[in-house]
Design a protein around this ligand. Structure first.
Ligand code: NAP
Length: 260
């Protein structure tokens, strides 16, 4: 029989150090708060320092242990600084949760190659750089670790004006599968969760346009679009020992969209 202690600690991330990217965004700020309130030491990062400071101060006021460093997840120098800062501040890095992302939807006929590359770099190249730099640190620590990447339900479903976004998230899904293979022997599990539409500054309008909303619901058995807090449980599961046997996977986090 499994022990009470094992079950009670299954989802614990208390005392772990987690880097959360996109911490200024709808999802990243929710995941950062979820991790911090669950007792992790959280390094908040994104490019907008003023927003990071505000989120950090709100979490500290709520009794959390967190800190911030501004940086671009698509820039290797910045990412190396983010990892070094986390180690200097908290001694090690145990969890990466990548919550940053970018889209500028446009038809292939109107989009420049440079604009397409911007989406690929922001969503896919950044995940490679982050995973590489964090994994190097985790391997040096010798204690394993968890890499959790936010992909999208659009990674496996194309859509009008999404040749950039869907391609970038499709790349993320296969990158996650391959990263898990590279890092398995180091006890580092790598997974993505793949949300459908949830509320953010960019998607808020969809919640107020009844036609658009009802149209989405035709493919969503759960009967509503998402909220950032819907994904905190998945982010904690993939960062905790409850997911120790789970790696190289892309998990639907989409109210049933893929299954339908
Ligand atoms: N909202 C949805 O419906 C939805 C659905 C499926 C998947 N997703 C995915 O979920 C994740 C979070 O989305 P969200 O809705 O929370 O987004 P959001 O509120 O717009 O936040 C995006 C975050 O990414 C950072 N960011 C924006 N452009 C960037 C760029 N070019 N390079 C690097 N970082 C950039 C922003 O921070 P700074 O500007 O401060 O750097 C911000 O923290 C993304 O990966 C997104 O693709 C979202």
């Amino acid at each position: 029989m499994v022990s009470r202690e094992f079950v009670e600690n299954l989802f614990s991330i208390k005392g772990k150090t987690a880097i959360v990217t996109g911490a200024t965004g709808a999802l990243g700020s929710a995941v950062a708060a979820g991790y911090a309130l669950a007792g992790a030491k959280v390094v908040l990062t994104a490019r907008n320092e003023a927003k990071l400071k505000q989120i950090e101060s709100d979490l500290i006021e709520a009794g959390c242990d967190c800190s911030h460093i501004a940086g671009d997840p698509g820039d290797e120098n910045d990412v190396r600084k983010i990892v070094a800062y986390s180690v200097q501040k908290y001694g090690e890095v145990n969890i990466l949760c990548a919550c940053h992302g970018f889209n500028a939807a446009k038809s292939v006929l109107d989009q420049s190659v440079e604009d397409w590359e911007k989406i690929m770099d922001a969503n896919a190249k950044s995940v490679y750089i982050l995973s590489k730099c964090v994994a190097e640190q985790m391997v040096a620590q010798g204690k394993g670790g968890k890499i959790v990447i936010t992909s999208s339900a659009r990674s496996k479903r194309g859509m009008k004006a999404y040749t950039g976004y869907s391609s970038s998230k499709g790349a993320v899904d296969l990158m996650v599968q391959s990263l898990g293979c590279d890092l398995g022997e180091h006890n580092i599990q790598v997974n993505s969760f793949n949300p459908t539409v949830f509320r953010s500054d960019l998607t808020e309008w969809m919640f107020h346009d009844d036609n658009v909303y009802q149209n989405f619901l035709k493919r969503l058995p759960i009967g509503r679009l998402g909220e950032p807090a819907d994904f905190i449980g998945m982010a904690i599961f993939l960062a905790s020992q409850a997911s120790d046997f789970f790696t190289s996977s892309n998990y639907a986090a989409d109210g049933g969209y893929w299954g339908n």
